[in-house]
Design a protein around this ligand. Structure first.
Ligand code: TRP
Length: 381
């Protein structure tokens, strides 16, 4: 596999992704069976995304769990760049985060980087990022995050609280490190050069507000890792614990090979798509199937490259025995792609109807989740 085609940065993910290679390149740790066992002791049955290695890599997760077992708490931190509609791929790490919040009964700091998206996307105004902040928050609330313990923080509304800490962080990161980690160029605007300090702030927020040293665990897709590498280097200089991470994979797109991308709307399913639209996208998807039914019956298909199979594996088929059978039936030629697509379309449609209902109900509850400087100041001890 030509790994040179793989690009994974916070602002670009392209090509066929080799996750083992990323562990090596980024210097993270694979999640071992021993670590899974340690997690299981606290969560009961392992979450689908752990059983199936969708969350596959980490930094210091063992350390956080060790402290937790010793009676010390931690907090969760994740986020979203509000640049457009949310698709199902975005939901994956949030669904997993929601699970962690429930099992470990922790606070979640959720950052909305409206500033970041404004800076890097020529087409976005601050009005639009504000609009998407609200719209995207509905998707989060619909997933059932704990009100009161889930703080959705748009950067432009929390700027006063974030700014001083961002200054402390920024002072310890020189331009050459920033360029190496984030790939800044001569043409990069000066806002985005400072921005990583803002994304680092929530890693220390609980400690900053409470005056205790509370570690933070970040569940997120692995493309965000450069931020955490930078933040972990700075942490000891500021006297804060290094943030720990658990890294997720990307949901592949319905097309060939790429991760699901908001820039190719026909190959991604948005949470706001009608069931009919979702079905059309699924029926038009690439598969691991053969050219003809006859050939497929005779030779079987390849689930290992098939988005239909991936969707079920990542999200829509919970039962391990069932996903195993689907794999075998693709392989053997017993299951044809048309039937497989219809069955996925049905699950997706059920999911969308329910999600959209909850999403609309969430409109009245935005205030319970969206916070600002004033709110954060009230948490200060
Ligand atoms: N930069 C992220 C994005 O573009 C948003 C984000 C901010 C984030 N803080 C985070 C994502 C923490 C994961 C974890 O989507």
């Amino acid at each position: 596999m030509p790994v040179e085609n793989m690009i994974v940065t916070p602002w670009e993910v392209k090509g066929e992704i080799d996750y083992d290679k990323l562990i090596e390149q980024f210097g993270t740790e694979p999640i071992t069976p021993e670590l899974l066992e340690k997690i299981r002791r606290h969560t009961g049955e392992l979450h689908l995304q752990l059983r199936r290695k969708i969350f596959f890599s980490h930094r210091d997760l063992d350390w956080i769990l060790g402290r937790y077992e010793g009676g010390e708490r931690f907090v969760l931190y994740t986020g979203r760049g509000p640049s457009g509609a949310v698709h199902i791929g975005h939901l994956l790490p949030w669904i997993f985060t929601r699970h962690l919040q429930e099992k470990f009964r922790t606070r979640l700091y959720f950052q909305m980087t409206d500033d970041e998206k404004f800076l890097i996307r020529p087409d976005l105004t601050l009005e639009k990022t504000e609009y998407y902040t609200k719209e995207n928050s509905l998707d989060l609330i619909a997933l059932g995050f704990q009100p009161g313990e889930t703080l959705i923080m748009p950067d432009t509304r929390c700027a006063r609280t974030f700014y001083n800490m961002a200054l402390e962080i920024a002072k310890h990161v020189n331009f050459s490190t920033g360029r190496a980690v984030f790939g800044f160029e001569e043409s990069s605007n000066i806002g985005i050069v400072f921005f990583p300090a803002i994304q680092a702030v929530p890693c220390f927020l609980e400690s900053m507000l409470t005056g205790e040293k509370v570690p933070t665990l970040i569940p997120a897709a692995i493309d965000q890792d450069p931020y955490w590498r930078m933040t972990r280097d700075v942490a000891p200089r500021l006297g804060y614990p290094k943030p720990a991470q658990i890294h997720g994979k990307f949901l592949p797109s319905l097309g060939r090979k790429e991760k699901m991308s908001a820039s190719l709307p026909e190959t991604a399913i948005y949470t706001t798509d009608s069931p009919e639209t979702a079905e059309r996208k699924i029926m038009n998807a690439f598969t691991g199937g053969r050219a003809t039914v006859e050939e497929q019956r005779r030779l079987g298909a390849n689930p290992e490259i098939c988005p239909i199979y991936f969707y079920e594996y990542f999200l829509f088929v919970e039962d391990d025995a069932q996903i195993g059978r689907i794999f075998q039936d693709c392989r053997s030629g017993k299951l044809l792609c048309g039937d497989h697509k219809r069955s996925l379309a049905e699950s997706v449609s059920k999911f969308l109807v329910r999600h959209q209902e909850l999403r609309e109900k969430a409109r009245d509850r935005l205030d319970e989740y969206l916070v600002d400087d004033q709110f954060l100041e009230m948490l200060r001890r």
